[in-house]
Design a protein around this ligand. Structure first.
Ligand code: CAA
Length: 420
């Protein structure tokens, strides 16, 4: 059953603060950091000082414990100004969820308060060169040696890499096991042998670094094994993605709203045929569709987030998170594309802010699980749910039982006998 969407006073306050920071520190600098492909430290500092990193951290560990819905609201506001900064914020939740959902009490006590205070940033190292959608096909290894694990290999597409202080790294700890092959281990920046090697040159979200992380015999204490029990890594990764995907969906929905806002302002200003283009019906139709789809995405995202807050991890969380991520990111790409169309030739030029929205949107359909993976996850759930709907089968005749009724039989005979 869907959960009621209830915005707590705290969630509203956090969203208001995020909007103020977005207006003051994010939007005015978005083009600069996009061009330079540099991190917006000033905005991140403002986010930390305002306590927004506390949003997703439980109260017991110094956070607000405001939940996934509040996380979505904050991410939406930041992404509305700059989608790249939206993920620069939300990826800290992605990197923290393995600890929040799977960590031991001691691990939570040690790491989460520093994250909540915004003193330490986090990254999530799952993907590798040859393991993207196939998240079980990892090759980075962590081998036990006394009280330590020794990690070797390379991770790809680590968002926030270099900026982050803690890295939740998914490693193979038991190559012989099928279902308990992987474990998640926290690696701290500065650990000998751990290096950021390639900083990617990207089409969009250029203000947040995406890097390769290399592990050359990196020694970490066994105490850094998330949950304290090896083999739980794949489950922790999947649960984490269920909790984090509404954040990407919120980033997408914020980005769609940001693109729509700009297209709306421009359509009212730009004159063609002696009138603002917003008075032309074909432009009106585009703006109206953009608004409908963005609003539909918004409520799907809020509903998924409320469901996860209400019910916790499980199959329903997995399904609704995938739905929200998939739909909202498809909407963001369509709305950003249409926004460029409203800007016409100027939309294609980097002099105008809308080209960036277009470039930033595409990754939303790819990271934190491609939209093909989201549809696969949703379809798997639907197929399982079909068992509970078995009673409807009596209304669906078996093909082998189909026979002509008397009326149709008479008609067939009559047609057959009609001379041509
Ligand atoms: N919660 C808990 N456990 C889960 C789960 C979930 N949501 N989904 C699966 N599991 C468990 C299963 O129950 C099963 O457990 P047992 O072995 O005990 O039976 C085990 O995990 C394996 O499950 P599956 O057989 O379903 O696994 P699969 O290999 O078929 O999974 C997949 C396929 C769904 C495509 C999965 O690999 C996947 O989600 N891939 C996408 C990975 C991804 O999203 N990567 C994004 C990287 S992060 C990123 O992009 C961040 C960034 O830069 C910002």
């Amino acid at each position: 059953m869907p959960h009621d969407i209830v915005f707590s006073e705290q969630a509203n306050e956090l969203a208001d603060i995020a909007r103020e920071i977005a207006d003051k520190h994010v939007r005015p600098l978005a083009a600069k950091y996009d061009k330079a492909q540099e991190y917006n430290h000033e905005a991140a500092k403002a986010v930390a000082e305002a306590g927004l990193f506390k949003t997703f951290v439980p109260k017991e560990y110094g956070g607000h414990g405001a939940g996934v819905l509040a996380l979505a609201r904050v991410t939406e506001e930041l992404a509305r100004a700059d989608s790249g900064f939206g993920v620069a914020f939300a990826v800290n939740a992605l990197g923290s969820f393995p600890i929040i959902l799977g960590g031991t009490e001691e691990q939570k006590q040690e790491w989460l308060p520093q994250i909540a205070r915004g003193e330490k940033f986090v990254a999530f190292c799952l993907s590798e060169k040859f393991a993207g959608s196939d998240a079980q096909g990892l090759s980075v290894t962590a081998v036990e040696d006394g009280d330590e694990y020794v990690i070797c290999g390379e991770k790809k597409w680590t968002t926030n890499g270099g900026v982050a202080d803690f890295y939740s790294v998914f490693c193979v700890t038991d190559p012989t096991s099928k279902s308990r092959r992987i474990s998640a281990i926290v690696v701290e920046k500065g650990t000998p042998g751990f290096e950021v090697k390639k900083v990617e040159d990207k089409m969009g979200i250029r203000c947040v670094p995406v890097v390769e992380t290399h592990f050359d015999n990196v020694r970490v204490p066994k105490a850094n094994l998330i949950g304290g029990r090896p083999g739980m890594g794949f489950k922790h990764a999947m649960m984490t993605l269920d909790y984090a995907r509404p954040g990407v969906a919120a980033q997408a929905m914020g980005a769609a709203q940001g693109a729509l806002d700009l297209a709306n302002v421009y359509a009212n200003r730009r004159k063609q045929f002696g009138a603002p283009i917003s008075s032309h019906q074909m432009v009106q139709q585009m703006l109206a569709d953009m608004a409908i789809e963005t609003t539909a995405a918004r409520w799907l995202v809020y509903s998924a987030a409320a469901q996860i807050d209400g019910q916790g991890p499980g199959p329903e969380a997995s399904k609704v998170a995938a739905m929200a991520k998939c739909y909202a990111s498809d909407v963001a790409v369509k709305v950003a594309t249409d926004a460029v169309q409203v800007f016409g030739g100027y939309g294609f030029m980097e002099d105008y802010p809308i080209a960036k929205f277009f470039r930033d949107a595409k990754i939303l359909q790819i990271y934190e699980g491609t939209n093909q993976v989201q549809r696969l996850v949703i379809a798997r759930h639907l197929i399982r749910e079909a068992a509970d709907l078995a009673h409807l089968g009596e209304y669906i005749p078996e093909e082998s039982q189909l026979t002509y009724g008397p009326a149709e039989e008479a008609e067939v005979v009559a047609n057959h006998n009609t001379p041509t």
